[in-house]
Structures are given as C-alpha cells and as structure tokens.
Design a binder for this molecule. Sequence first.
Ligand code: DP6
Length: 338
Amino acid sequence: MKKYTVTSPANIAFIKYWGRSDHKLFIPANSNISMNLSSCLTTTTACLTDSKEDEVLVRFHNQKYQKLSPKDHKSKALFAQIKRIRKLSKYNKKVKIYSQNNFPADAGIASSASSFSALTSVLLLTYELKDLFNNKKELSKQIRLCGSGSAVRSCMDGFVKFKTGKDHDSSFATQIADHNHWDLIDIVAIVDDKKKKVSSSLGHELAETSSFFNQRIKDISKRMKACEKAILEKDLKKLGEITEEDCLSMISVMMTSKPSVIYWNEGSISLINSVYSWRENDNLPVYFSFDAGANAHLITEKKYQTKVLNKLKKNPFIKSTIINNVDKGTRITNKHLF
Ligand code: DP6
C-alpha cells in the first residue's frame, strides 16, 4: 500500500493564542502570528493497513519508538483525528503511523505544533484527500479540528497568521511572508527540561477566568496590525517590542486565571533581566518570548547569533540551546520511517 511521509516544524508565536471563542471547533479567542522553527521538526510516515487497529508509534530524538494507546488520555486527540479524517474518506481501512521528532523529549519544547500538523497532513494524503492537503487554507482548518492551535500555523512557509473567525469556514491560517523573507532567528534557551504542569488545552479553558482576559483581547487587533507590518518591513525593534508586550500580556492572564498558572522559574526571570541589560548596556537587539513553559525564546537577527550565544554561556541556569532559522511549513519528503 502506498506510503507517505511529511516533515513539519514547530513554531514560536509573536502574538499568542491563549483562550478560545469556540471550544468545540477550537476557534482561538484572538488571531495570532508565528514563525516556523527550523530545528524543531517532526517527520511522520503513514500507510493504510489490513490490521484491525490503528497503529501509532512515536519516537523522540535518541529514544526508542513507543506505541501509543487510544486509551491513554494524552493520545485521545490523536486517535480522534485519525477517526475523523477516515470518515471524510472513501476508505475504512486502519492506518499505520510512525512519527519521530528531531529534538529531545526533555527539551521542554511543545511538540504538538509539529506533530499535529504532520499527522493531519500525512493522514489526508494516505486517505486520498489530496485536495484538502494541497489547499493550504483547507489544510489549516483540518489541523485546527485536532485541537492544537499552534499546529494550524505550521502548515505554511515562514511567517503565518491564524485568523480567529465566527465558524469553521472563517477560521484558518494565511501566510504573511515566506521563510526567505528575513534572517530572523529564535534561540531557545532551555532552563527547564520537565513536562509542563498545566496543558495548553486546560490553559485555554482557564483564560476567561482572568479579569485581564477581555482587556487582552481588546488590545490585540492593534498589535496584530503592528506585528504584520513589522514583519513585512523587517523591523526587529518593533517586532521585538510587540512580541514582549504580547507575551507579558498572555503571562498576566495565565498568572491571574483561577486557579493561577505559573510556568516561569528563576532561570526564566534571569533571562528576562539579561535581555533587558544586553539591549540597554551592550546595544544588542534581542527580545524574549515564552510559551506555556519556563524556557525562553530569544528573537534576534542571524548577524547577532554568536554574540547572543556567548552571552548565554555565562548564564548558570541554561541546560542547552536550540538555534532556529525561519523554516518552510509542512512538506512531503521521501525519507520514509518504515
Ligand atoms: C502558549 O493549543 O496550540 O504556545 O498544543 O500545547 O501547542 P499546544 O497548545 P495550543 O496553544 C498554544 C499556546 C501557546 C501560544 C501560541 O503558540 O500561540
């Protein structure tokens, strides 16, 4: 039976997605923007099988393959996506899937963006729903239905916007600029290598309980326009300022939701202080961002990479770093995993 393989990147959001306006259709409360990360990739191979069960095996960098069980709570969304896509197709055959990440499991980097965009794409190809795969807007909507919002942004090249909307048809991803547009980099500084305590899924539900949430949503449309403009004009200072402002706004919502969610540790705080000091005292234009975790994403241009890495070497909290260029989105490869 025909085999398909795709590779898909994770991404870092400049305008964050935190909270949903529709929890069934996974429509984000606000539009959001990100860039794809070249060193945080998932590759997934699939083919139809005569077996009675769907078979999914996942492997992180330097680890063995693990078979996922549909009974495991963490794999629920994955098996639900398989069933949903099978129903759209003319087949009722089960599927065999092997998936691997090129970044370590303990890096504290959310793998859901790369893995769910890769999974959805490979399923659409395997179940011969190629029209949905080839039309990137439709592909992004299919990815949204598996519940990982960040994954929606990974299917297109470079810098991508995920539009909120009123219904299934109006909430999808669009490209702002491709991966060759700007030599931006994201150095991930790992200060915590454990799994996050509160999932983003639960976080999206808690977001509305913060009294800062409505204000954040009101502020965002202005920030969205400014962020798009900064990307198109390659204005690092402007993009950096918006990124930090939006990240701190999301973190405020997290911290003030009920119950409160705090992901940062002392390493995170030390990096924020360092970034402020490098800008002020060393004229080094680097800006921070955080997702639902303690690890810092340091955004700058390629020409400042060595300087930033040298600075990071002096920080005792850092366990490792991952350097990312702007990457393409989900793509087909012939490097099959089985
Ligand atoms: C804080 O629902 O995409 O990263 O599946 O865990 O990646 P994951 O969560 P998702 O929400 C993303 C939350 C965020 C901000 C962002 O990437 O926009």
